[in-house]
Design a protein around this ligand. Structure first.
Ligand code: PHE
Length: 473
């Protein structure tokens, strides 16, 4: 099987694809807003520290697992554990988790595509109306947008690793960088822009508490696409002559740089609209920011650059977020695709069409759980709140299982696969790694405090999400 396994054409292709996965909706809006609300520069520091100290070693571990086994996550766990039943569960979790996260992420991507289309066709004024979002997500047009988005994702994935994923990443990622930089330059020329930059960057350490620290780690973990089997799968398409640690560093750096730069786009725009903005004005959720807050700000630009100019800026923004989202969706769906191909010997086409059927059903259920169908909207109740089908996916898979998967990868790599094998795998293709401080650090941290921290996060999330009580204040 592995003799003719698909591969990325170059290391650059791999890095761009992995960075494409990592750079997503979370980077564009989630990160800047979380940073601004939680201590500005102080949050940036903690976040960066977590990326380097905790997330990077986990990413290295996931990529090494994939490259060594040349298998999808389930196959990787099976191969290195001699099919042990316990590890099969970890393998299954790393297939089911991305599938479920794909469902909720696709719903948001469909909305973004809808807003992009509306902004580009002259309807920015209606998008800026606070009532539009509620009507839009419960209206029939989302099904049309859904067809187009799923069509694009299908088209990219049916092309395979090199002609599909790699090619798309090589086109979309540079376009994304250019649009991001162009928007930053543009917003920095607006009145009061620098008040926004100051607000974003000046550190306020008094805002830091245990829950901010834990949110920063959660954000970093999700942003780097960890715990979803993605880096295992992409790693399995990497030849042994390519450096894993060096590539992981580039991916983490790109992801963090894009998240930081996105703040330089969002905050100045908000402050030029209202120089007296304070953190309470900023919506807590990325969804609230993208779909109700920001359209209002884009529309306000019409006083300086006219309606067409304002619509152009809004369209570029939504296109940017859409590109970021598409490369993430592609990476996450590739995980179950790879699993069906690897474990069931399905062809790529058969794997994709089988998955599409289930995925479409789940996306429709989730998309209608915002009021359109009350059975899915009021699906169940726990921790004192009514939860929709969409909420459950977010609570269970995104918030809870993600850190658990990270924890399982760490333990598996060090204690089952064994540190010596892991280390040898990382040395292959990366001469600079051997004997480096980073090597010692990875070998130590992945087997010790990283799984402990991920375990604490997991337990605390279960307490908060399902029992309505936090263990860390
Ligand atoms: N890293 C992505 C983000 O920040 C998260 C993600 C990756 C979501 C892959 C889905 C699939 O938005």
């Amino acid at each position: 099987m592995s003799a003719n396994r698909e591969q990325f054409g170059s290391r650059l292709g791999f890095v761009l694809a992995a960075a494409g996965s990592a750079v997503g909706i979370g980077n564009m809006v989630g990160f800047p807003v979380a940073a601004t609300k939680n201590g500005g520069g102080a949050f940036l520091l903690i976040y960066t520290l977590f990326v380097i100290v905790i997330c990077l070693p986990v990413m290295v571990a996931e990529m090494a697992l994939g490259r060594s086994t040349q298998k999808d996550p389930l196959g990787a766990y099976n191969k290195l554990s001699d099919n042990a039943t316990g590890w099969k569960i970890a393998g299954w979790l790393s297939i089911i988790t991305p599938f479920m996260i794909a469902v909720f992420y696709l719903v948001i991507t469909v909305w973004i595509f809808g807003y992009l289309t509306q902004a580009a066709t002259g309807n920015l004024d209606s998008l800026a109306d606070p009532n539009t979002f509620g009507t839009f997500i419960n209206g029939p047009s989302i099904f049309g947008y859904m067809v187009v988005v799923l069509g694009i994702v299908y088209f990219i994935l049916q092309g395979g690793v090199k002609e599909g994923i790699e090619k798309a990443s090589k086109t979309l990622m540079p376009a994304l960088f250019i649009m991001l930089v162009a928007l930053v330059i543009f917003v920095l020329t607006l009145d009061n822009a620098f008040a926004g930059v100051k607000y974003y960057i000046l550190p306020d350490f008094s805002a830091i508490n245990a829950s901010v620290v834990s949110a920063a780690l959660g954000q970093a973990f999700f942003s780097l696409s960890l715990g979803m089997g993605i880096m295992i799968t992409y790693g399995s398409y990497l030849g042994r002559e390519n450096a894993v640690p060096g590539s992981a560093k580039l991916v983490a750096m790109t992801d963090t740089a894009v998240a930081f730069t996105a703040g330089l786009m969002i905050l100045p725009a908000i402050f030029s609209f209202n120089p007296d903005t304070n953190t309470a004005d900023l919506s807590d959720s990325s969804v609230g920011m993208i779909f109700t807050f920001l359209p209002k700000i884009f529309l306000a630009l019409q006083t300086t650059i006219g309606y067409v100019g304002a619509s152009a800026v809004a369209s570029i923004f939504f296109l940017l977020v859409f590109f970021a989202a598409i490369t993430s969706v592609v990476s996450i769906i590739e995980v179950p695709v790879a699993a069906l191909m690897g474990e069931k010997q399905f062809s790529r086409k058969k794997a994709l069409s089988t998955l599409s059927i289930v995925l479409i059903a789940m996306v429709i259920i989730s998309a209608t759980s915002f009021g359109m169908i009350s059975f899915f909207t009021e699906f169940t109740q726990y921790a004192g709140a009514t939860k929709s089908f969409f909420d459950i996916i977010v609570d269970v898979f995104y918030d809870t299982i993600l850190p658990l998967n990270g924890l399982l990868v760490c333990i598996f790599v060090i204690y089952r696969w064994k540190k010596a094998n892991f280390d040898a795998e990382l040395e292959a293709g990366d001469p600079e790694y051997k004997g480096s401080f980073f090597e010692k650090y990875v070998n130590f941290s992945v087997g010790t405090f990283i799984p402990v921290i991920l375990f604490l996060i997991f337990v605390n999330t279960v307490a908060i999400k399902f029992f309505g009580t936090s263990l860390i204040g």
